[in-house]
Design a protein around this ligand. Structure first.
Ligand code: DC
Length: 245
């Protein structure tokens, strides 16, 4: 995939050119800082987790659950009609034409998404869509911040900047708890921590594209870093790599 690294400006604004790959488990602040980074440098933004979540919602809407045969889940998930927006100011995702941005964050989807995202054909299909969206942003001469679990290892292995965010499970569960509370979703801290640990285990141990930091990724531990501090570091890295205009 072409990931140009030439300096550019859009209307005098500092702009990103090329792909920034943002990986790491949930609750590291990855979505917040990825979106803000994209906004601050006039780049596109792609939340690949939202795509796996929308595919999972399609599986649930088809009446399938954890015990469904892998083949049935794969058929529904790969056939799901979804559209991902790449505007960081209002990232949206639709399923069968409905905006499902809020629904995909609910507990039913969160409970099943690790199983659906471990299905090899689902990954192949969604990675192909991701490539098309990334190519579209880069071929317009711009940049894109892509967040997920396998961006630096599988989706864009030649990205000029790869960042892997980490944080302890306790800090990540506390952050998820605050997010849930803000969105009006009830969940006690114990349940949230158990869910964070369960998904870490499943996402890191799956056979296809497991979660791990690429050898050339910069690993940032966000336990003691605010979102502003992480964003400052990312902007420094963009400048150091010559990806800004
Ligand atoms: O980032 P998130 O919590 O919204 O991601 C939801 C799930 O999707 C997560 O448990 C792992 C999976 N995922 C994946 O397997 N690969 C990606 N590139 C992004 C997410």
């Amino acid at each position: 995939m072409p990931v140009g690294t030439t300096r550019t400006t859009h209307g005098g604004q500092v702009a990103l050119r090329g792909v920034v790959a943002m990986d790491g488990p949930s609750g590291t602040g990855k979505s917040t800082v990825s979106r803000r980074l994209a906004q601050s440098c006039a780049a596109a933004y792609l939340d690949t987790g939202a795509m796996y979540r929308a595919a999972t919602l399609a599986v649930l809407r088809a009446g399938l659950g954890e015990d469904a045969p892998a083949g049935e889940m794969t058929e529904v998930a790969t056939g799901a009609r979804m559209e991902s927006g790449t505007d960081p100011s209002s990232p949206t995702i639709t399923l069968d034409g409905d905006d499902v941005s809020a629904e995909i964050r609910g507990p039913e989807v969160t409970g099943l998404v690790s199983a659906v995202s471990a299905l090899p054909d689902v990954r192949t299909r969604l990675v192909a869509r991701q490539h098309a969206l990334i190519e579209a942003a880069v071929s317009r001469g711009g940049g894109i911040v892509v967040e997920g679990r396998d961006i630096g290892t599988v989706v864009v292995p030649d990205a000029p900047l790869k960042v892997y965010l980490t944080a302890s499970p306790e800090v990540r569960a506390a952050r998820r708890g605050r997010q849930n509370a803000r969105a009006g979703r009830e969940a006690d801290l114990h349940t949230t921590l158990a869910d964070v640990e369960r998904r870490d285990r499943l996402d890191s141990s799956r056979r296809v594209s497991p979660l791990y930091a690429a050898a050339d990724a910069l690993v940032l531990d966000t336990d003691r870093l605010s979102a502003d501090a992480v964003l400052d570091r990312l902007r420094e890295l963009v400048a150091e790599r010559g990806l800004d205009g």
